[in-house]
Design a protein. Structure first.
Length: 334
């Protein structure tokens, strides 16, 4: 089954072709970072308009690269939510219209399910069950995954997501947008031991997170120590955030008797997080699986793959609806 995947939930337009037998054939991504940088964050209207400009040229590009044509497609998958409503509508409208014209099924994919299943695209995919740490700019959750659509929420952030805390801390330190990668680069030259920052909810006895207090502590520290201490503050912040993510994830694995941990989402590309998790998980007999670096951010490959898992339940139809808010736990099992 050859599936076209379209991702347009926020500020990246991703398109990919996935074949259930041959694997990933082609993928392309256009990032809007440069456009939104002037505003210090994503402007929804601009994001939607740019998706309109990019989605068809990217589709033509991957069809040419793979040597496939529209007539070869067996189905189309698109991000139905969560995300920015206008941005989601671009991908959904294009996917549904094209599927209707070709008389093939189209299926709406949950953005987080795409992230959570993205490590399965690799040459050494994890087997079910596993614990998944979904950690991005908009979400921080721990899920027990028993199969496609069989998800149990173990814990989630009560306020800011981890990626949001990285970006906001970067703004406090005078770094650009998006701030997470810039903060991590700055932290590499800093001394984390110079400052002590809180580890919110580290000993809460559950698997929930909170990062707003850590962000506020950074604000206080910047006012006290000055922007000249930015490298050390960045290092201290990253240490605190990684400590919480690592210990909560390992605790969730112990609680669930899971020997496999999947880490997905933009923050999953953080080098310190990967190194700490891999080392400390191995000491506990837990294998950690990550998506390829290029698939940590939003991308069409994860949507095409997730859509392929659900395509048997899809059918051609003209109408559609997007879901800017969508609880992952409500998905049906395949």
């Amino acid at each position: 089954m050859l599936v076209l995947g379209v991702e347009s939930s926020c500020d990246e337009t991703g398109v990919a072709l996935y074949d259930s037998v041959r694997g990933l054939l082609a993928h392309a991504l256009y990032s809007q970072i440069a456009m939104h940088n002037d505003y210090g964050g994503v402007v929804p209207e601009l994001a939607s308009r740019d998706h309109i400009r990019r989605v068809l040229p990217l589709t033509r590009q991957i069809l040419a690269e793979s040597g496939c044509s529209l007539a070869d497609l067996d189905g189309i998958a698109y991000t139905q939510g969560p995300g920015l409503a206008g941005a989601l509508l671009v991908g959904a409208g294009m996917a549904r219209a094209l599927a209707y014209a070709l008389d093939i099924p189209a299926v709406g994919v949950h953005h987080l399910e795409g992230h959570m299943l993205s490590p399965l695209i690799s040459d050494t995919p994890p087997e079910f069950p596993f614990v998944a740490l979904l950690v991005s700019g908009g979400h921080t959750q721990l899920m027990l995954v028993d199969g496609v659509g069989r998800y149990t929420l173990l814990g989630e952030t009560l306020d800011d997501a981890a990626g949001e805390a990285f970006d906001k801390t970067a703004q406090l330190l005078g770094l650009g947008y998006p701030g997470g990668p810039a903060l991590s680069k700055l932290a590499a030259s800093g001394d984390a031991s110079r400052f002590t920052l809180p580890r919110p909810m580290l000993h809460s006895g559950d698997f929930d997170f909170s990062f707003s207090g850590l962000k506020t502590a950074v604000l206080t520290l910047v006012k006290k120590a000055g922007i000249g201490a930015a490298p050390d503050i960045a290092a201290a912040f990253q240490d605190a955030a990684v400590d919480v993510l690592v210990m909560k994830s390992l605790a969730a694995c112990k609680h669930s008797h899971a020997r496999r941990l999947v880490v997905a989402g933009g923050v999953g590309a953080n080098t310190q997080l990967r190194e700490r998790l891999t080392r400390e998980a191995a000491a506990r007999g837990i294998a950690v699986f990550y998506p390829r670096m290029e698939f940590c951010t939003d991308n069409g490959a994860m949507i095409a793959f997730a859509g392929a898992q659900r395509m048997a339940h899809a059918a051609p139809e003209l109408t559609f609806a997007v879901k800017p808010r969508w609880d992952l736990a409500t998905l049906e099992a395949v």
